[in-house]
Design a protein around this ligand. Sequence first.
Ligand SMILES: Cc1cc2nc3c(=O)[nH]c(=O)nc-3n(C[C@H](O)[C@H](O)[C@H](O)COP(=O)(O)OP(=O)(O)OC[C@H]3O[C@@H](n4cnc5c(N)ncnc54)[C@H](O)[C@@H]3O)c2cc1C
Length: 380
Amino acid sequence: MAFTEEQLAFRESIRKIVDKEIAPIASKIDQSDDFPHELAMRFGELGLLQLWVPEEYGGPGGDLTTVCIAKEEIGRVSLTASALCANNSMGLILPVLNFGTQEQKEKYLRISAEGKSVCAVAITEPQTGSDVRSMRTKARRQSDGTYILNGQKNWITWGGVAQYIMVFAKTSDSAGPESISAFLVDTSLPGFKLGRQEMKMGRNGAPNHELFFEDMVLPPDSLIGEEGTGFLSCMKILDLNRPTVAASSLGLAQGALDTAIEYTKGRRQFGRAVSEFQGMQFKLADMAMKTEASRALLYSVCERIDAGDHTDLAKMASMTKCFVTDMAMEVTTEAVQAMGAYGYSKDFPVERMMRDAKLNQILEGTNEIHRMIIGRALVK
Ligand SMILES: Cc1cc2nc3c(=O)[nH]c(=O)nc-3n(C[C@H](O)[C@H](O)[C@H](O)COP(=O)(O)OP(=O)(O)OC[C@H]3O[C@@H](n4cnc5c(N)ncnc54)[C@H](O)[C@@H]3O)c2cc1C
């Protein structure tokens, strides 16, 4: 797809921010593993936390393509920062926009538009990973319309720093998908407790926490969509957001490829630059082809979704997420190889990119689950 003038100008403005404000702190974010509060607030000022809030609610009016452009550009230097960009999408904007009442849109989208809130999404539990329906967290409706929330989630990204968390919980004892509902939970309410922070391989600076909900009283307007529609809404939101995970991975691949090209042009062995060896050029060529093919897939799917074509949404979203994140794992690993010991060194970003790339094959549905979704759609 060809970008419009407006999209190209947006990409250029993000590139400038990336080079000036994000590239210089990317390695520090990884090594300190601290949540970059200042960057989050800066993203809020720039409209990047809340990119997908429509203009009618005071937001920047971005769409899937815009979000992917921003995430790809930022992903070239940092997956942590790329994930933080459009942070409000999954935890607030997409559920409220697609399933909220007019009052909820007025209230929550305007809060998001201010760019001061960090959000999170809580689906996973200690016994609930790929099998979302097996969740145990419960929300019981009271006669006054409030809900009492009890349960535990884990691995929740930004759960320890979020003002709002989209929590999925069971509102009935049935085992079917109609037992799950979605709640926008204000973390300042009593009964919200943080558990341990997960120790992990990569995407440092995007902290993951265990969360506990202990007799938390949720006001009636916390329920997003009808009671019992949470599972389906969760699937739709995940589908809509999945291409953005691919965009971050595409950025990682491009960043690793650029670093490898620069390095191999400067590194001399056997009397010449290692980039002059045909064996190295073939490696770089493969990396570049796969990166470019991924870009074509990603933005063509974005164009379709932004045009309102949701036929095959689940299949196309899964294909994009699975293909591009697998590609990024391969390309970042090859970048480390192309740079030898220096690829393995923390003096260069490619070892971090390789560690970070691994995560996107696991979260928002493992790539095995995506292959299942694609396979089922093909033979149905
Ligand atoms: C850094 C990080 C951040 C995360 N952030 C969040 C977050 O913000 N919110 C949230 O809710 N969750 C989050 N998660 C959790 C993530 O979504 C889950 O890890 C993911 O859904 C997979 O669940 P699981 O890890 O329990 O794996 P499991 O479901 O236990 O799967 C284990 C293995 O079995 C495979 N498998 C499972 N079922 C099948 C099947 N039917 N066929 C073939 N293979 C199968 C999987 O692909 C995987 O390889 C995060 C995870 C990580 C690591």
